[in-house]
Design a binder for this molecule. Structure first.
Ligand code: R5P
Length: 312
């Protein structure tokens, strides 16, 4: 790619952005990103981007709409400043659970977010563990969809655990759990759950033998923690000796960190796509950084190199 590499970040996850830049060996682009007194988002790029290959980093955790709007306005500013290419780097893609209608008169918000990103100026998307891989198809621009599975699998592999069963906490996560199971060489169990109401889960049934085994529940995100609490309780009822969790996005809404502790989950391993808040860090939650992965992907995209190697 012609044009120099410049990376800007919104306010959603500045620590991750700084860490990515540490791996890239360059400073973040200078920009003023704040609020006008009336609450509107204010963005001003404090350096020239004309002709540059620009990457804008922003996750979309709570406050979701604030973070999304910041991203859109930053993309607009970069586009109007004549960058030659703009990549939206979205470590956590919000609204992804609303990727289809589950009943009449509902929106498909994940598609709306895709439309907004492209309208605002994104030429490419770089993201990680979309809740539903089909969201890639909501874009008609290139999407590089990375996975945290290699990092999480390495972590668990290095723990030297014996007699392991990898558990998908719902039918939608079977592909993710199967990929993880192959990476660490373990058995597979699958839980079927239902959602009697938004943000509530109930286990219907489980397939697979977990008795006497160490269970690792693999999921893309922890929102209210309900899915994991229910899954952990089912696993213990069926005789699992220890329960671990490996999940990419720690949204940890509604006291989820406390619920996981009280559910007796031995350790929860998450990534830093979303920053943990005060009081959520404790010995039962461990964070693995995706900064080296995203930095490598940014460098490869900039140089026009393949990113397939990052999947193994
Ligand atoms: C569901 O389909 C997802 O993969 C997660 O299991 C879910 O979003 C977690 O939500 P919560 O923590 O609120 O149960």
């Amino acid at each position: 790619m012609d044009g120099r590499l410049q990376v800007f970040s919104g306010n959603a996850n500045p620590v991750l952005a700084e860490e990515i830049m540490r791996f890239l060996g360059a400073p973040l682009g200078r920009a003023t990103i704040g609020r006008f007194k009336n609450g509107e988002t204010r963005v001003k790029l404090d350096e020239n981007v004309r002709g540059s290959d620009v990457f804008v980093i922003q996750s979309m955790q709570a406050p979701v709409n604030e973070n999304l709007m910041e991203m859109l306005i930053m993309l607009d500013a970069v586009r109007r400043s004549s960058a030659s290419r703009i990549t939206a780097v979205i470590p956590y893609y919000g609204y992804a659970k609303q990727e289809k209608k589950t009943s009449g008169r509902e929106p498909i918000s994940a598609k709306l977010v895709a439309n907004l990103l492209v309208t605002a100026g994104a030429d490419r998307i770089l993201t990680l563990d979309l809740h539903a891989p089909a969201i890639e198809g909501f874009f008609d621009i290139p999407v590089d969809h990375l996975r945290a599975a290699p990092l999480l699998a390495d972590y668990f592999h290095n723990q030297g655990l014996d007699n392991v069963v990898v558990v998908s906490p719902d039918a939608g996560g079977v592909g993710r759990a199967e990929d993880f199971r192959i990476r660490i060489g373990a058995d597979l169990a699958i839980i079927a759950k239902k959602r009697p109401a938004a943000d509530r889960t109930e286990v219907i049934e489980m397939v697979g033998d977990v008795a006497g085994k160490t269970a690792i529940i693999v999921d893309d995100m922890i929102s209210t923690g309900g899915t994991l609490v229910e899954a952990a309780s089912t696993l213990r009822e069926r005789g699992a000796t220890t329960v671990y969790v490996g999940a990419t996005h720690p949204l940890l809404a509604d006291g989820a960190a406390r619920k996981l502790r009280e559910a007796g989950i031995a350790r929860t391993i998450v990534t830093d796509t979303v920053p943990l808040r005060e009081g959520e860090r404790d010995s039962a939650i461990e964070v693995i950084s995706v900064a080296p992965l995203l930095a490598e992907a940014i460098m490869r995209i900039h140089k026009g190199l393949s990113i397939s190697a990052l999947f193994s």
